[in-house]
Design a protein around this ligand. Structure first.
Ligand SMILES: CC(C)(COP(=O)(O)OP(=O)(O)OC[C@H]1O[C@@H](n2cnc3c(N)ncnc32)[C@H](O)[C@@H]1OP(=O)(O)O)[C@@H](O)C(=O)NCCC(=O)NCCS
Length: 116
């Protein structure tokens, strides 16, 4: 996916086996991936989404500094999911273009719900 300035937006996701939950591993691992994204491959921003009822995932994203941007329809789940963005040193939230979430990228009919 791409932002309005033409920079690629990489997506962050995480999935741990249950026996590893609750030890802070998702935040720790994600921080390493975020540092790699911004410092090594020069990403401007990262996106992420979560199931609306997944409080743990929401908490992880908020702890990492992601900011909610919009809800986007995710056809695989048949529902809107909240979408977030984390901007690196070279990116701004203003550059985030419409329809850049993974639902849209996968041709799954992703649509922003905030009129943008
Ligand atoms: C979501 C997931 C990655 C979280 O990983 P984790 O290593 O257990 O998360 P952490 O231990 O870093 O906990 C993150 C925060 O969420 C909180 N949290 C954990 N479960 C929670 C719950 N059910 N409700 C609310 N908060 C919760 C923790 O207390 C912690 O906050 P704190 O540090 O302020 O106490 C993990 O549960 C997972 O892999 N789940 C299955 C796959 C999945 O849902 N992936 C995300 C797809 S959107």
């Amino acid at each position: 996916m791409w932002d309005a300035a033409g920079s690629e937006i990489h997506e962050l996701g995480f999935h741990l086996r249950p026996k590893y939950w609750g030890q802070g591993l998702a935040v720790e691992a994600a921080r390493a991936v975020i540092a790699f994204s911004f410092e090594t491959i020069g990403a401007k921003s990262l996106s992420a989404g979560h199931h609306p009822k997944n409080e743990a995932s929401k908490k992880v994203l908020e702890k990492l500094g992601f900011r909610y941007t919009h809800d986007e329809f995710f056809a695989a789940l048949g529902m809107d999911i909240p979408y977030y963005l984390l901007t690196g040193p070279g990116g701004t939230l203003r550059e985030y273009g419409a329809g850049t979430g993974f639902a849209g990228e996968r041709g799954a009919g992703g649509q922003r719900r905030d009129g943008h």
